[in-house]
Ligand binder design. Structure first.
Ligand code: MG
Length: 318
Protein backbone atom coordinates (compact mmCIF):
# COMPACT_ATOMS: atom_id res chain seq x y z
CA UNK A 1 0.00 0.00 0.00
CA UNK A 2 1.36 3.43 -0.79
CA UNK A 3 2.31 5.84 1.94
CA UNK A 4 0.16 8.71 3.15
CA UNK A 5 1.63 12.14 2.54
CA UNK A 6 0.65 14.67 5.19
CA UNK A 7 1.77 18.16 6.08
CA UNK A 8 2.16 19.35 9.62
CA UNK A 9 1.96 23.09 10.21
CA UNK A 10 3.62 24.30 13.36
CA UNK A 11 4.85 27.70 14.40
CA UNK A 12 4.67 29.20 10.93
CA UNK A 13 6.48 26.33 9.17
CA UNK A 14 5.19 23.34 7.22
CA UNK A 15 6.73 19.88 7.57
CA UNK A 16 5.94 17.21 4.98
CA UNK A 17 5.70 13.68 6.31
CA UNK A 18 5.29 10.42 4.38
CA UNK A 19 3.91 7.71 6.64
CA UNK A 20 2.84 4.12 6.19
CA UNK A 21 -0.98 3.78 6.39
CA UNK A 22 -0.57 1.37 9.31
CA UNK A 23 1.34 3.97 11.35
CA UNK A 24 -0.30 4.68 14.70
CA UNK A 25 -0.89 8.21 15.92
CA UNK A 26 1.72 7.54 18.61
CA UNK A 27 4.34 6.63 15.95
CA UNK A 28 3.27 9.61 13.87
CA UNK A 29 3.91 11.90 16.83
CA UNK A 30 7.41 10.46 17.14
CA UNK A 31 8.07 11.27 13.49
CA UNK A 32 6.87 14.81 14.18
CA UNK A 33 9.18 14.97 17.19
CA UNK A 34 12.15 14.12 14.96
CA UNK A 35 11.21 16.94 12.60
CA UNK A 36 10.24 19.64 15.08
CA UNK A 37 11.81 18.76 18.41
CA UNK A 38 8.42 18.89 20.12
CA UNK A 39 7.90 15.88 22.40
CA UNK A 40 4.83 13.71 21.62
CA UNK A 41 3.18 14.53 24.95
CA UNK A 42 3.47 18.23 24.18
CA UNK A 43 1.96 17.95 20.70
CA UNK A 44 -1.61 18.90 20.11
CA UNK A 45 -2.74 17.91 16.63
CA UNK A 46 -5.79 20.05 16.21
CA UNK A 47 -7.55 18.48 13.27
CA UNK A 48 -6.40 14.88 13.56
CA UNK A 49 -9.77 13.37 14.39
CA UNK A 50 -11.35 9.97 14.58
CA UNK A 51 -15.14 9.96 14.33
CA UNK A 52 -15.27 13.60 15.39
CA UNK A 53 -13.03 13.24 18.44
CA UNK A 54 -9.27 13.79 18.82
CA UNK A 55 -7.58 10.63 17.52
CA UNK A 56 -6.22 8.38 20.27
CA UNK A 57 -2.58 7.35 20.26
CA UNK A 58 -3.32 3.77 19.19
CA UNK A 59 -5.49 4.78 16.20
CA UNK A 60 -4.01 4.03 12.79
CA UNK A 61 -3.65 6.75 10.18
CA UNK A 62 -5.49 4.63 7.60
CA UNK A 63 -8.59 4.68 9.82
CA UNK A 64 -8.70 8.46 10.19
CA UNK A 65 -10.26 9.40 6.87
CA UNK A 66 -7.29 11.59 5.95
CA UNK A 67 -7.17 13.39 2.65
CA UNK A 68 -3.91 13.20 0.66
CA UNK A 69 -1.61 16.16 1.39
CA UNK A 70 -3.90 17.21 4.20
CA UNK A 71 -2.34 19.76 6.54
CA UNK A 72 -2.44 18.97 10.24
CA UNK A 73 -2.26 22.00 12.50
CA UNK A 74 -0.07 21.45 15.52
CA UNK A 75 0.30 23.36 18.74
CA UNK A 76 3.08 22.54 21.13
CA UNK A 77 6.28 23.84 22.63
CA UNK A 78 9.80 22.45 22.54
CA UNK A 79 11.20 21.60 25.95
CA UNK A 80 13.94 24.19 25.73
CA UNK A 81 11.34 26.85 25.01
CA UNK A 82 9.22 26.19 28.01
CA UNK A 83 11.40 28.10 30.47
CA UNK A 84 12.47 30.97 28.33
CA UNK A 85 10.26 32.34 25.65
CA UNK A 86 12.20 32.43 22.44
CA UNK A 87 11.24 34.20 19.28
CA UNK A 88 9.58 32.22 16.50
CA UNK A 89 11.77 29.82 14.49
CA UNK A 90 12.98 30.88 11.08
CA UNK A 91 10.23 30.84 8.49
CA UNK A 92 10.48 28.60 5.51
CA UNK A 93 7.75 29.31 3.07
CA UNK A 94 5.52 32.12 4.10
CA UNK A 95 7.75 35.15 4.49
CA UNK A 96 5.63 36.76 1.81
CA UNK A 97 2.70 36.74 4.20
CA UNK A 98 4.34 39.43 6.29
CA UNK A 99 5.24 41.63 3.39
CA UNK A 100 3.31 44.87 3.43
CA UNK A 101 3.12 47.94 1.28
CA UNK A 102 3.69 51.53 2.30
CA UNK A 103 1.08 54.24 2.54
CA UNK A 104 2.10 55.64 -0.81
CA UNK A 105 0.97 52.49 -2.61
CA UNK A 106 -2.67 53.40 -2.36
CA UNK A 107 -2.84 54.19 -6.01
CA UNK A 108 -6.08 54.00 -7.89
CA UNK A 109 -6.21 50.29 -8.51
CA UNK A 110 -9.77 50.01 -7.37
CA UNK A 111 -11.29 51.27 -10.61
CA UNK A 112 -9.28 49.12 -12.99
CA UNK A 113 -11.47 47.03 -15.30
CA UNK A 114 -9.61 43.76 -14.85
CA UNK A 115 -9.85 44.00 -11.08
CA UNK A 116 -13.55 44.77 -11.14
CA UNK A 117 -14.06 41.78 -13.43
CA UNK A 118 -12.25 39.53 -10.95
CA UNK A 119 -14.42 40.82 -8.13
CA UNK A 120 -17.54 40.15 -10.20
CA UNK A 121 -16.42 36.55 -10.64
CA UNK A 122 -15.98 36.16 -6.88
CA UNK A 123 -19.40 37.69 -6.26
CA UNK A 124 -20.88 35.10 -8.58
CA UNK A 125 -18.83 32.00 -7.74
CA UNK A 126 -17.43 32.34 -4.22
CA UNK A 127 -19.43 30.79 -1.40
CA UNK A 128 -18.91 32.31 2.02
CA UNK A 129 -19.19 29.94 4.98
CA UNK A 130 -22.34 31.40 6.42
CA UNK A 131 -23.02 30.89 10.12
CA UNK A 132 -25.73 33.45 10.77
CA UNK A 133 -27.98 35.68 8.70
CA UNK A 134 -27.21 39.36 8.18
CA UNK A 135 -29.25 41.57 10.52
CA UNK A 136 -31.02 44.50 8.89
CA UNK A 137 -29.75 47.87 10.11
CA UNK A 138 -26.42 46.57 11.39
CA UNK A 139 -23.08 47.79 10.15
CA UNK A 140 -20.32 45.44 9.05
CA UNK A 141 -16.98 44.68 10.71
CA UNK A 142 -14.55 42.52 8.68
CA UNK A 143 -11.66 41.04 10.66
CA UNK A 144 -8.40 39.46 9.63
CA UNK A 145 -7.13 36.59 11.86
CA UNK A 146 -3.35 36.19 11.91
CA UNK A 147 -1.60 38.96 13.88
CA UNK A 148 -4.93 40.76 14.13
CA UNK A 149 -6.78 38.46 16.54
CA UNK A 150 -4.17 35.78 17.09
CA UNK A 151 -0.38 35.44 17.15
CA UNK A 152 0.02 32.51 14.77
CA UNK A 153 3.81 32.37 15.00
CA UNK A 154 4.50 31.94 18.68
CA UNK A 155 4.47 28.56 20.39
CA UNK A 156 1.96 27.66 23.04
CA UNK A 157 0.23 24.75 24.68
CA UNK A 158 -3.21 26.19 24.09
CA UNK A 159 -4.63 28.53 21.47
CA UNK A 160 -5.94 30.92 24.12
CA UNK A 161 -2.37 31.80 25.11
CA UNK A 162 -1.90 33.28 21.64
CA UNK A 163 -5.23 35.06 21.53
CA UNK A 164 -5.16 38.83 21.46
CA UNK A 165 -6.29 40.29 24.81
CA UNK A 166 -9.94 41.42 25.05
CA UNK A 167 -10.91 39.39 21.98
CA UNK A 168 -14.18 38.03 23.34
CA UNK A 169 -15.16 41.31 25.01
CA UNK A 170 -14.32 43.15 21.82
CA UNK A 171 -16.46 40.83 19.68
CA UNK A 172 -19.34 40.90 22.14
CA UNK A 173 -19.34 44.71 22.17
CA UNK A 174 -18.99 44.97 18.38
CA UNK A 175 -21.84 42.52 17.85
CA UNK A 176 -24.33 44.99 19.33
CA UNK A 177 -24.00 47.24 16.28
CA UNK A 178 -22.07 45.27 13.70
CA UNK A 179 -22.40 42.01 11.85
CA UNK A 180 -19.00 40.34 12.11
CA UNK A 181 -17.13 38.62 9.27
CA UNK A 182 -13.85 36.76 9.68
CA UNK A 183 -11.71 36.91 6.54
CA UNK A 184 -8.33 35.20 6.56
CA UNK A 185 -5.88 34.59 3.70
CA UNK A 186 -5.57 30.98 4.85
CA UNK A 187 -7.96 28.12 4.07
CA UNK A 188 -11.49 27.65 5.36
CA UNK A 189 -10.36 24.63 7.32
CA UNK A 190 -7.81 26.69 9.28
CA UNK A 191 -10.28 29.40 9.96
CA UNK A 192 -12.76 26.89 11.33
CA UNK A 193 -10.14 25.18 13.48
CA UNK A 194 -8.71 28.41 14.84
CA UNK A 195 -12.06 29.97 15.59
CA UNK A 196 -13.20 26.84 17.35
CA UNK A 197 -10.00 26.59 19.39
CA UNK A 198 -10.27 30.22 20.41
CA UNK A 199 -13.87 29.71 21.47
CA UNK A 200 -15.13 32.31 18.98
CA UNK A 201 -17.56 29.99 17.22
CA UNK A 202 -19.27 28.96 20.45
CA UNK A 203 -19.27 32.16 22.50
CA UNK A 204 -22.77 32.92 23.77
CA UNK A 205 -22.32 36.70 23.74
CA UNK A 206 -21.94 37.22 20.01
CA UNK A 207 -22.40 35.47 16.69
CA UNK A 208 -20.23 35.50 13.59
CA UNK A 209 -22.08 36.18 10.34
CA UNK A 210 -19.69 34.31 8.07
CA UNK A 211 -16.14 33.19 7.34
CA UNK A 212 -14.23 33.97 4.15
CA UNK A 213 -10.89 32.50 3.07
CA UNK A 214 -8.21 33.02 0.42
CA UNK A 215 -10.64 31.89 -2.28
CA UNK A 216 -12.42 35.24 -2.02
CA UNK A 217 -9.22 37.22 -2.55
CA UNK A 218 -7.92 38.56 -5.85
CA UNK A 219 -4.45 39.33 -7.14
CA UNK A 220 -3.74 42.84 -8.36
CA UNK A 221 -0.74 44.27 -10.08
CA UNK A 222 0.68 47.32 -8.39
CA UNK A 223 3.23 49.53 -10.13
CA UNK A 224 5.50 49.68 -7.09
CA UNK A 225 5.16 46.19 -5.61
CA UNK A 226 4.28 43.85 -8.44
CA UNK A 227 1.55 41.26 -8.00
CA UNK A 228 -0.03 41.09 -4.55
CA UNK A 229 -3.04 39.36 -3.03
CA UNK A 230 -5.74 41.55 -1.58
CA UNK A 231 -9.16 41.27 0.08
CA UNK A 232 -11.70 43.22 -1.95
CA UNK A 233 -14.73 44.21 0.09
CA UNK A 234 -16.57 44.46 -3.23
CA UNK A 235 -17.08 40.70 -2.98
CA UNK A 236 -19.19 41.18 0.15
CA UNK A 237 -20.84 44.35 -1.11
CA UNK A 238 -21.81 42.52 -4.32
CA UNK A 239 -23.13 39.41 -2.58
CA UNK A 240 -24.97 41.29 0.17
CA UNK A 241 -25.82 44.58 -1.51
CA UNK A 242 -29.05 44.89 0.50
CA UNK A 243 -27.07 45.06 3.72
CA UNK A 244 -23.53 46.32 3.28
CA UNK A 245 -21.68 49.02 1.36
CA UNK A 246 -18.73 51.38 1.75
CA UNK A 247 -20.98 53.52 3.93
CA UNK A 248 -21.36 50.99 6.74
CA UNK A 249 -18.31 48.72 6.46
CA UNK A 250 -14.99 48.81 8.29
CA UNK A 251 -12.21 46.25 7.99
CA UNK A 252 -9.31 45.57 10.38
CA UNK A 253 -6.12 43.99 9.08
CA UNK A 254 -2.44 44.22 10.02
CA UNK A 255 -1.48 44.36 6.33
CA UNK A 256 -2.35 47.48 4.39
CA UNK A 257 -2.09 45.64 1.09
CA UNK A 258 -5.30 43.82 1.92
CA UNK A 259 -7.10 47.17 1.57
CA UNK A 260 -5.79 47.96 -1.90
CA UNK A 261 -9.19 47.69 -3.54
CA UNK A 262 -10.92 49.70 -0.81
CA UNK A 263 -8.28 51.75 1.01
CA UNK A 264 -10.74 54.07 2.71
CA UNK A 265 -12.59 51.23 4.47
CA UNK A 266 -9.49 49.67 5.99
CA UNK A 267 -8.02 50.27 9.41
CA UNK A 268 -4.48 48.99 9.80
CA UNK A 269 -4.31 47.39 13.22
CA UNK A 270 -1.00 47.06 15.04
CA UNK A 271 0.10 43.43 14.63
CA UNK A 272 -0.13 41.25 17.73
CA UNK A 273 3.17 39.37 17.84
CA UNK A 274 5.25 37.69 20.57
CA UNK A 275 2.10 36.93 22.52
CA UNK A 276 3.96 35.75 25.61
CA UNK A 277 5.67 39.10 26.00
CA UNK A 278 2.82 41.32 24.91
CA UNK A 279 -0.39 39.83 26.12
CA UNK A 280 -0.15 41.71 29.41
CA UNK A 281 0.09 45.09 27.74
CA UNK A 282 -1.71 44.93 24.39
CA UNK A 283 -4.82 47.12 24.54
CA UNK A 284 -5.44 47.53 20.81
CA UNK A 285 -8.77 45.70 20.76
CA UNK A 286 -9.98 47.49 23.88
CA UNK A 287 -9.26 50.86 22.27
CA UNK A 288 -10.70 49.87 18.90
CA UNK A 289 -13.86 48.79 20.64
CA UNK A 290 -14.28 52.42 21.73
CA UNK A 291 -13.71 53.58 18.17
CA UNK A 292 -16.33 51.21 16.77
CA UNK A 293 -18.81 52.44 19.36
CA UNK A 294 -17.99 56.08 18.63
CA UNK A 295 -18.53 55.85 14.88
CA UNK A 296 -21.52 53.55 14.93
CA UNK A 297 -23.96 56.46 15.00
CA UNK A 298 -22.61 57.83 11.70
CA UNK A 299 -24.69 57.22 8.60
CA UNK A 300 -21.67 57.19 6.34
CA UNK A 301 -18.24 55.74 7.16
CA UNK A 302 -16.82 56.79 3.82
CA UNK A 303 -15.95 60.25 5.17
CA UNK A 304 -13.75 58.84 7.94
CA UNK A 305 -9.98 58.64 7.88
CA UNK A 306 -9.28 55.46 9.85
CA UNK A 307 -5.56 56.25 9.95
CA UNK A 308 -6.49 58.86 12.52
CA UNK A 309 -8.69 56.63 14.64
CA UNK A 310 -6.80 57.40 17.85
CA UNK A 311 -7.02 61.14 17.25
CA UNK A 312 -10.75 60.72 16.63
CA UNK A 313 -11.11 59.34 20.16
CA UNK A 314 -8.80 61.92 21.75
CA UNK A 315 -10.66 64.84 20.19
CA UNK A 316 -13.90 63.59 21.70
CA UNK A 317 -12.34 62.86 25.06
CA UNK A 318 -13.02 59.13 24.75
MG1 MG B 1 -2.87 39.27 9.36
Amino acid sequence: MSSICLKVKWSGSIYEIDADPGTTVSDFKNIIKDKTGVLPERQKLLNLKHKGKPASDDAKLEDLNLKPKMTIMMMGTREENLEEVLGPPPDVGDVIDDFDIGDEAEVELKDREEHLAKIQRRVKDYEVKKLNDPRPGKKLLVLDVDYTLFDHRSNAERAEELMRPYLHDFLAEAYKNYDIVIWSATSMRWIEVKMRELGVTTNANYKIAFFMDHGAMITVHTPAYGVVDTKPLGVIWGKYSDFYSSKNTIMFDDLRRNFLMNPQSGLKIRPFKNAHLNRGSDIELRQLSKYLNAITKLDDFSKLDHKKWERYLQKRGI
